[in-house]
Design a protein around this ligand. Structure first.
Ligand SMILES: Nc1ncnc2c1ncn2[C@@H]1O[C@H](COP(=O)(O)OP(=O)(O)OP(=O)(O)O)[C@@H](O)[C@H]1O
Ligand SMILES: [Mg+2]
Length: 285
């Protein structure tokens, strides 16, 4: 097995500019910023998300599906984790439970110091809005809003004023400056996904959750996006948890978790594409 560095350590983005690092002061708990490239999870070792004996059951009686079966795992602040596994293995369910998008059946979920399963719905909504960013395969932009309105939506919903300098820098670094007045239908897929990433980052969230963020993009556009996510971890100390089917995408992460039938069956540190591909292949034996 080769020990060469994963693409993340070598490649530069073909199209996107550096992640902005000269914006407003980072939110408490955010990791290394400007001038500290390469300083990563080792310098920000605290846990940002954790599941303890997490069980998620869908349905009742005969239709019951145990999507997660006593999963325990923790995620370091300032690190990039990929979640992989076959279709139906529980990847999205794990992400949704960690992000408070789905109520759990048993166990505990901690996120940025809060025990999510104990929070009432109203508080949970605030945690999701203020402390988490989401990026989905299908972009999930609001069609009637412009790119800029989509980006600042989480702040609007919270009644907070956007930090114009930060919005401008995000737009610039994502190559969106001349697209901010366009609606999603007037943007390419890659541009729409970049708007979604700006929206996810605008609140300087504790964690960005991404479910197949490159699934609907061509390979070059997807690579640019993965490089951008990677650099947001390296340069801003952003924490990212990403579900993906693509070993090349997973190799951008610091860690790859492999799920099978609701269990974590592998946990790889800084793997390259070959190691990820091998881990998935062993599941089929
Ligand atoms: N809302 C739901 N109601 C009933 N069963 C569900 C629901 N959501 C997921 N499941 C089941 O839970 C299991 C895990 O689903 P999940 O969506 O987490 O898989 P996944 O690993 O994300 O798969 P994929 O790679 O296809 O997206 C599957 O058996 C699925 O059918
Ligand atoms: Mg899924």
């Amino acid at each position: 097995m080769t020990q060469e560095q994963s693409p993340a350590r070598r490649a530069m983005s073909p199209t996107l500019s550096p992640v902005p690092t000269t914006g407003p002061s980072p939110a408490p708990g955010l990791g290394p910023v400007a001038g500290q490239q390469g300083a990563r999870s080792s310098l920000t070792p605290s846990v940002v998300a954790e599941a303890r004996d997490l069980v998620k059951v869908y349905g009742t009686d005969k239709t019951q599906v145990v999507a997660l079966d006593r999963v325990s795992v923790s995620f370091q602040r300032g690190s990039f984790t990929a979640i992989m596994g076959p279709s139906g293995s529980g990847k999205s369910t794990l992400m949704h439970c960690l992000a408070g998008l789905d109520r759990i059946t048993a166990g505990q979920v901690f996120l940025a110091g809060e025990e999510l399963n104990r929070l009432p719905d109203s508080k949970l909504t605030n945690v999701r809005r203020d402390r988490l960013g989401f990026v989905f395969q299908s972009f999930n932009l609001l069609p009637t809003l412009t790119a800029r309105q989509n980006i600042v939506l989480p702040l609007d919903l919270a009644g907070r004023k956007p930090d114009e300098a930060w919005v401008t820098q995000l737009a610039e670094s994502l190559g969106l400056t001349d697209r901010l007045t366009h609606r999603p239908s007037e943007l390419s897929g890659g541009q729409q996904q970049r708007v979604a990433i700006a929206r996810a980052m605008v609140t300087r969230p504790d964690v960005i959750f991404a479910d197949e963020p490159t699934g609907a993009l061509d390979s070059k556009t997807g690579t640019a996006l993965l490089n951008y996510l990677r650099r947001s971890v390296d340069d801003l100390g952003q924490s990212i948890i990403m579900v993906t089917h693509d070993p090349k995408a997973a190799a951008y992460a610091d860690r790859v978790l492999v799920l099978l039938d609701g269990h974590i069956v592998d946990d790889l540190t800084d793997p390259d594409v070959d190691q990820v591909t091998h881990a998935l292949a062993t599941l089929e034996r």
